[in-house]
Write a protein that binds this ligand. Structure first.
Ligand code: EPU
Length: 307
């Protein structure tokens, strides 16, 4: 792989710490971190790694990612070259490259009076990462605004996935191709001032209830669906809040090493100085087992873990 990289002139680094590339700030090194500058380079990289049976990982903004302390013995690809950050706006159809910053996109579209993405205010992500796992929250998700997605598979073949065949569910999409290259959104014309008010409202709510300035990966666990007869939610229960369960279990402030359950929102595990990925895993396991013991609910991790 090293010889291929040298010959191909694809920008890359060897043995790079991945911690600084993630919001958690912890974790080991990547054997290779590559920054292709065109779809052709991406395709050549993907094919070379595929041929050599080398595991490939795609790094977005690292906001929902926990890298294990032993690091990643494989190829990490970051689509941060301007080639993957293009933006085209034609009436209400917005086409954004996979590496485009979601926060920037939602502000730009809201200001232009194009609605649909304002519900994602306060979600740190690239467009590709957000679509892959249908980012969103109480106010809506990204999937509902997606018209089609340009993807590339591991052998470098490029094709489109259209709305009819896309399924977006809770933090999940049915996009299986390794790379999202570009996303086409169909937005709804609206009043720019109203859209910006919504963005600000959501940001204020999040700042009040989530430890945004600290090192975390957002919510650590998905919100579970609780059966109607559990002690926690009573007879008419719906999906429950993982944060509320962890809070009621008395776990706010619980610590293992440098990892701590946030005192502001219990579904956020924050990394304090000196924290390791192992501390975060251990605290997640502790939280899972206490919540299971107290409420009979099995929490499922929302954070993506490498490797
Ligand atoms: N709550 C507590 N204690 C806590 C945290 C929450 O009692 O420590 C209560 C709240 O008072 C509220 C309820 O639990 O009554 C729900 O809390 P919140 O409104 O914060 O929503 P959430 O279900 O915990 C979800 C998403 C967030 C998203 C928010 C707002 C999940 C796992 N979480 O949180 O997404 O920001 O809605 O849209 O789906 C993320 O995915 O990383 C994330 C942070």
């Amino acid at each position: 792989m090293d010889a291929f990289l040298l010959d191909s002139h694809i920008k890359h680094e060897l043995n790079v710490p991945l911690g600084p590339q993630t919001w958690y700030g912890v974790g080991g090194n990547a054997r290779i971190l590559a920054h292709p500058s065109s779809a052709q380079q991406l395709s050549a990289l993907a094919a070379a790694a595929h041929e050599r049976k080398m595991p490939v990982y795609v790094l977005g903004s690292g906001a929902n990612l926990l890298v294990r302390d032993e690091g990643v013995d494989g190829l990490v690809i970051k689509l941060d070259d301007p080639a993957f950050k293009q933006l085209k706006i034609e009436k209400n159809i917005v086409t954004a490259g996979s590496g485009y910053d979601l926060a920037k996109l939602l502000l730009q579209t809201a200001k232009l009076g194009l609605g649909g993405l304002e519900c994602l205010a306060g979600v740190p992500a690239t467009v590709g990462g957000a679509v892959r796992m249908n980012a969103g929250g109480r106010f809506g998700d990204i999937g509902r605004s997606v018209r089609r997605v340009k993807v590339m598979d591991v052998s470098g073949h490029v094709y489109y996935r259209d709305r009819d065949d896309l399924i977006f569910s809770y933090r999940k999409s049915n996009i299986t191709a390794k790379f999202i290259v570009e996303v086409e959104f169909e937005l709804t014309p609206g009043d720019p001032e109203e859209l910006m008010r919504e963005v600000k409202k959501i940001m204020i709510l999040k700042k009040e209830s989530q430890p945004l300035p600290e090192h975390s990966a957002g919510c650590a666990f998905k919100n579970p669906t609780v059966p109607t007869n559990t002690r926690h939610d009573g007879p008419d229960s719906k999906p429950a809040s993982a944060g509320k369960l962890i809070d009621v279990a008395g776990l706010k402030g619980a610590r293992i090493g440098g990892a701590e359950v946030s005192g502001l929102h219990a579904n956020f595990i924050v990394a304090n100085a000196g924290c390791t990925a192992a501390d975060i895993f251990a605290l997640m396991e502790h939280v899972k087992s206490v919540v299971n013991e107290q409420f009979g609910v099995t929490l499922e991790r929302e954070v993506v873990v490498w490797p």
